[in-house]
Design a protein around this ligand. Sequence first.
Ligand code: PLP
Length: 373
Amino acid sequence: MIYLDNAATVKPSKNTVALAERILTEDFFNPSALYYPAIELKGEIENTRRDIADILKCKASEIYFTSCATESNNWVFSCGIKNKRGNVVISEGEHPSVYEAALNLKSKGVDVRVIPLTVNGTIDETKLCEAVDDNTALVSVIHVSNETGIVNQIEKLAAKVKNKNKNTFFHSDGVQAFCKVPLNLSGGNIDFYSISAHKIGGIKGAGALYLKSGVNISPLLYGGGQENRMRSGTENVLSVLSFATAIKDFRKPQDFKKVFDYAFDVLSMIPDSQINGLRTANSGYIISLGLKGIKAEVLQHLLCDKGIMIGLGSACSSKNNRNRTLESMRVNREFVEGNVRLSFSYENTFEEVKNAIGTISDTVGYLRSKIHG
Ligand code: PLP
C-alpha cells in the first residue's frame, strides 16, 4: 500500500507504537493517583507539554490537552468570546470544526463575518483588516489549509488585527502546520492555537489548545480539576504521550522536500490539470490537484484497488459535494469536481511517490479514454 492521505491521519510513528505497548500493559495508571508509578506518568505528561511548548515557543503552562483539535477549536468558539458579545471574523477556508462552530454562534445572533480567499489560497488580508472593528471579539484564521496546504502568515495577520483592535482575540487552527511550519507564539499576538496528535504520527484521541497566559476564557469541562481546572476529565495518557513520541520521530533527519518537489513538478505536467494555490506558499505536505473531466471519487476507488490511498479533501466537502476553500479561490467548477488531495508524511519515500504518481497519471489517462472513446 502507498498511503498518501496523511492530512486525514498519519500512521503512528515507531516510538508511538512502542509507547502504546508500554502504556496498555504496564503503565496504565490514572495519572492523578498518588502512588509512585502514577506520579511518574503525570511527570511524563508534563514533559510532553514542555515538548509541545518548545516547538511553539511558548510556556508549558500555556498548553492544555483536549481530546482532539475539533474540541480545541470548539472550546475557543464556545467559551472564548465573553458574553457572546461582539462580532466574529473567520476565513472561508476554515476546517468545519471552526466554520460550523462559527455558524452555531451565528444561529444565536452573533454577527459572523466570513472573509474570502485570494486565488493564491491565502486569506484576503485587506478584507480581513476591513472586517475587524471596535466590536470584534474573535478572529480565527487557519494556519495551513487542510485542503490546499497553503500557509497563512498568521503572526503577521495577528499583529495587524491587534493593531486595529488590541482587545480582539486571535485564534488559529494549526493542525496541518504543527511540526511542519515554524511558529513563534512568544510574540504575544496569538491568543489561541489548536493542534492534534494524530496528524503528526501520534494516536487519535489527543489534541491541545495553546491558551496565552492572562487570557480569560471559561473552563471547557468542570470536574476533577485536571488541566489546571480548565478541562477536567481523566487524561487520555496514551494519546497525550504520543504527542511526544511523534514529535521525537518527526525530528529525525529527512530529505522530504526533494520528494515533495518531485511530486509537485510531475503532477503539474498531467494534461488538463491544475494544482490549486501558490506553490511558494505551500507547507510542503499537501497537493490539491484538479483534473478536468474526471470524477474524483471514481479515481479514488480505482487507485484504492491498486493499493494507493489518496484523499478527496475534507469529509464535509465530499459529503455535500461543495468545496468552500476551492470555490472561494475561484477554482473552475470542472476542476473542483475532479479534485483530489495528495498529502504526504516524511516517511513517504521517493520510490513510492514516484510509483504512485505514475499510476495516477496512467489511471487518469485510462478514465479519459473511456469518456472520449
Ligand atoms: N483542523 C484541521 C485543519 C484539520 O485538518 C483537522 C482534521 O482533519 C481538524 C481540525 C480536526 O482535528 P481532529 O481530528 O483532531 O479533531
